[in-house]
Design a protein around this ligand. Structure first.
Ligand code: UDP
Ligand code: MG
Length: 198
């Protein structure tokens, strides 16, 4: 079985080497094949150069380079469209999503779950205004999609079937964390504590 780890990256030259090392440790300890699919979202720092180096030295690493900054959603969908995994996980590069949680996600996928959602047990350090705005946004979003989004995140593991369903949708401006819950399939969740940004 192959797991693809999709990682959108925007100006991550400092976090990227730490992310790569930490998540390699986790993936190499799992009983499956793995590939990294980094998406450089028009970074202005040395992110792309680092990705080139990783890809040269490690056959597990592939990257996509955007011509400019298109935003995280585009980066996630470009990753999904180019991943070859039997399942695909999406993770932030700044280690706010703890890599070791991938192990629990993968186990649940092995048990037959097709959408494994990372839900925030705690939200980590945030300003009061950020928390209030996020709260309001998710209240409106939850009402619109009729799914509780209050603890939702982009940290998810999806079966190939769910990935293909997402890629088959005609939406050009998609919101991954909502759409990946909305498509249905056999779903479950894993709680995680949002870590401080590396
Ligand atoms: N990111 C991206 N394009 C952007 C902004 C962010 O690919 O235009 C990536 C970023 O490198 C990180 C993830 O999306 O891997 C989450 O970004 P950030 O940590 O800034 O978001 P937050 O944690 O505040 O939600
Ligand atoms: Mg972050």
């Amino acid at each position: 079985m192959l797991i693809s780890l999709i990682v959108p990256c925007y100006n991550e030259q400092e976090a990227l080497p730490i992310f790569y090392e930490e998540s390699t440790k986790v993936l190499a300890g799992m009983d499956c094949e793995y590939e990294f699919l980094f998406v450089n979202d028009g970074s202005k720092d040395g992110t792309l150069e680092l990705l080139k180096e990783f890809a040269k030295e490690d056959t597990h690493v592939t990257y996509i380079g955007f011509s400019r900054n298109f935003g995280k959603e585009s980066a996630i969908f470009a990753g999904l469209a180019n991943a070859e995994g039997d399942c695909c996980a999406v993770m932030d590069c700044d280690l706010q999503h703890p890599p070791e949680v991938l192990v629990s996600m993968y186990r649940l996928w092995e048990q037959g779950y097709e959408v494994v959602e990372g839900v925030k047990r705690s939200r980590g350090k945030e300003s009061a205004i950020h928390r209030a705005c996020a709260g309001l946004f998710y209240k409106m979003m939850s009402k619109a999609v009729k799914i509780d989004m209050s603890r939702a995140s982009d940290f998810k593991l999806l079966d190939r079937k769910a990935v293909d369903a997402l890629l088959g949708m005609p939406e050009k401006n998609a919101f991954f964390r909502a759409l990946s819950s909305w498509i249905g399939y056999r779903s479950t969740s894993v709680e995680f504590d949002v870590q401080e940004r590396t």
